[in-house]
Ligand binder design. Structure first.
Ligand code: PLP
Length: 363
């Protein structure tokens, strides 16, 4: 494959070139399937079942998912989970707490209010979500069915440096934009979910990990398709799973394993992020970080130039130089560079060099 531009898109986002090449070949003809496409074989046949089982094993090993937790491969994206998790655990007499750290966290909360009694326990709204709210003085947790957080705030560029702890209250976290980016103690979470299209594959697959006892405590009087326990009982094949998206996530997991797992991935992600944050902090104010330094995301790096006109020039000149999709979200403006797992160090370095050069020319 000829040299590709570096893709800084927030999602759907960059995939390793080797994964794209393998996926492309398997989409046309998969040797184990007698030369049929990996996307045109039965999900009940031995070939796909083998791939599906391998994905389950690799996710369990990569993330260190204990046997107390079930791993599910679903559809509907993170937004589907906003609704499904509330349908399952926000029973008529129950109450749930949400930590509001921006658009996606708020979206999860709003969806829960349509189902039952959900409340915001802490919010970063006053800072325009440029800082994570303090959780030091949370109260009234005791009777909550669960607390919901968003581990990485894709739009603003904040990320919990260590995942918050709510004692014995079941903790559910939307990890759509930083799953697999760093090691995680899954045993402390009742549920994790992530749309695959940011850091784990292509759109169409939603990864869900749930503590089994918590899953069994969910409502059993909602439609079967929305019950996690029904999907678990059917090995995530209650209905036809997104087979090709599952195959791509398997390729991503093999790629992560070959790299050395999540500890190695974290070190690479730290290195990439520090190259870009280093330029921001060393720019004498030409570039300003959008969020508090203590809350900075390693996945989505947000910054601004001195004027909006310069932001625009930066984005278009970067694109001409092969650095794609750097425009910030319409809600926060400026620049957003997404440095997901698949972004090579060379991509972060190319961006850092471009930033230094741009400042030299335009600063
Ligand atoms: C992108 C994103 C979502 C929305 O994901 P969909 O799969 O499109 O529903 C939700 N939460 C976070 C943190 C995201 O980054």
């Amino acid at each position: 494959m000829k040299t590709r531009p570096f893709n800084f898109s927030p999602g759907p986002s960059i995939l390793p070139t080797s994964v794209l090449e393998q996926a492309a070949a398997a989409l046309v003809s998969y040797p184990d399937a007698g030369g049929l496409s990996v996307a045109e074989i039965s999900h009940r046949g031995p070939v796909f079942e083998g791939l599906h089982a391998e994905l389950g094993t690799r996710v369990r090993t990569l993330l260190g998912v204990p046997e107390t937790h079930e791993i599910l491969f679903l559809q509907g994206g993170a937004r589907g989970q906003f609704a499904q998790l509330a349908l399952n655990w926000l029973k008529p007499e129950a109450r749930a707490g949400y930590i509001d750290t921006g658009v996606w966290a708020e979206g999860a909360y709003q969806e829960a209010t349509k189902v039952g009694d959900a409340r915001v326990l802490a919010s970063g709204a006053a800072s325009g979500y440029t800082a994570l709210p303090s959780l030091a003085e949370l109260s009234g947790l005791d009777d909550l069915a669960y607390v919901h957080t968003t581990s990485n705030n894709t739009i603003y560029g904040t990320q919990w440096q260590t995942m918050p702890d709510f004692g014995g209250i079941p903790h559910i976290s939307d990890m759509s934009s930083d799953i697999f980016s760093r090691p995680l103690d899954v045993s402390r979470l009742a549920m994790i979910y992530a749309g695959a299209q940011k850091n784990a594959g292509i759109a169409g697959l939603t990864l869900v990990i749930i503590e089994k006892a918590f899953m069994e405590a969910a409502r059993a009087d909602i439609p079967e398709i929305w019950q996690y326990r029904v999907q678990a009982k059917n090995d995530s094949m209650f209905n036809t799973p997104p087979t090709f998206a599952i195959y791509v996530t398997l390729l991503m997991c093999r790629w992560l394993d070959a790299l050395g797992g999540l500890g190695a991935m974290q070190a690479i992600n730290e290195d990439k992020a520090s190259r870009v944050y280093g330029v921001i902090d060393g720019s004498s104010g030409f570039y300003t970080g959008v969020v508090d330094a203590a809350d900075r995301s390693r996945m989505n790096l947000t910054f601004r130039l001195p004027t909006e006109a310069l932001d625009k020039t930066f984005v278009s000149e970067a694109e001409a130089a092969g650095l794609m999709a750097l425009k910030g979200h319409r809600k926060s403006g400026g620049i957003r560079a997404s440095l997901y797992n698949a972004m090579p160090v060379a991509g972060a370095e190319a961006l850092a060099n471009f930033m230094r050069d741009f400042q030299a020319r335009r600063g």
